[in-house]
Design a protein around this ligand. Structure first.
Ligand code: UTP
Length: 282
């Protein structure tokens, strides 16, 4: 059983400046809920109870969000506004939150290694909260991946097909399809030029990792952009043993970009308008 979920949330979020100058990117709201709350909800739905968050300077709002605000709760107690806190209260009751800081932003691989102290020696999930996912009737993406982990017991990355010209924004895999939408990874390249990309299967912000990845990251030299890349560590892992790539079912929005963020907002807004109708039909 996978109980812990790691949220690397120390990045600067430069694509969203100036909004992210004093506010963490993970706290940008889609409708009324910050991005990281959606990620935590997805992890809870997949059966995880320990949220391990790697933060950095200027990210304190994340800790405050997953805590009780006594003054506010006292003010709205018994009013029509009280139910607005139901979703976050219920999340706080279902899991615990622990934090560590990445002091220097040396890349996603380094952020994951920084989380080792919170994870220990067990398999864990990773959520990049700026990739907002909706299983769209198929269960959350992490729920789908946990099922796969039960079968394969190895590192798993979630992938989706992207336009070939966009491969330079992602880690891209090559692999042999061993089952419908499930690939045994043979190669992985971080942000390849479209002409060099081994496929158009891009890694998105959902991973299940086995704890031996920490030692591999420790040995991984800085790669693309001078950063320690999880993609490079996973390629080592794939060569040594086995890494699976899984074409998840559902939708994914890159909320670290303005276009993706607006698409997500429109999608969840439309969905919020549909839900009462569906409920009435039942
Ligand atoms: P991004 O590539 O989206 O970088 O990182 P970023 O800094 O957050 O955003 P931009 O590109 O400047 O707009 C992918 C994920 O890895 C985390 C980020 O917080 C994000 O969730 N990350 C990245 C870290 O935690 N530490 C790092 O050193 C780098």
């Amino acid at each position: 059983m996978i109980k812990k979920c790691l949220f690397p949330a120390a990045g600067y979020g430069t694509r969203f400046l100036p909004a992210t100058k004093a506010m963490p990117k993970e706290m940008l709201p889609v409708l009324t809920r910050p991005l990281i709350e959606y990620g935590v909800e997805e992890a809870v739905q997949a059966g995880m109870t320990t949220m391990a968050i790697v933060t950095g300077r200027g990210k304190r709002a994340i800790e405050d969000h997953f805590d009780i605000s006594y003054e506010l709760e006292h003010q709205i107690k018994g009013t029509s506004k009280e139910p607005l806190l139901n979703s976050i209260r219920s999340l706080i009751n279902k899991c615990t939150f622990s934090y560590t800081r990445q002091v220097e932003m040396k890349g996603l691989g380094h952020a994951i290694l920084t989380g080792e102290t919170l994870i220990g020696d067990e398999a864990f999930a990773v959520v990049l909260a700026d990739d907002l996912c909706d299983g769209n009737g198929n269960g959350g993406v992490l729920t789908q991946m946990v099922k796969l982990y039960e079968k394969y017991q190895c590192c798993i990355v979630a992938i989706e097909e992207v336009p070939k010209e966009d491969t330079n924004k992602y880690g891209v895999i090559a692999g042999n399809e061993i089952d419908d939408g499930i690939f045994m990874v043979t190669d992985m390249v971080e942000k390849p030029d479209p002409k060099d990309a081994p496929s158009n299967l891009a890694i998105i912000g959902r991973y299940i990792l086995t704890p031996d990845i920490f030692d591999i990251i420790r040995e991984t030299k800085p790669g693309k952009g001078g950063e320690i890349q999880i993609t490079d560590a996973l390629l080592t892992q794939a060569k040594k043993g086995m890494v699976i790539a899984y074409k998840f079912k559902g939708e994914r929005f890159d909320c670290g970009s303005v276009d993706g963020f607006v698409e997500a907002t429109n999608y969840f807004y439309a969905k919020s308008k549909e839900e009462p109708k569906t409920a009435k039909k039942k």
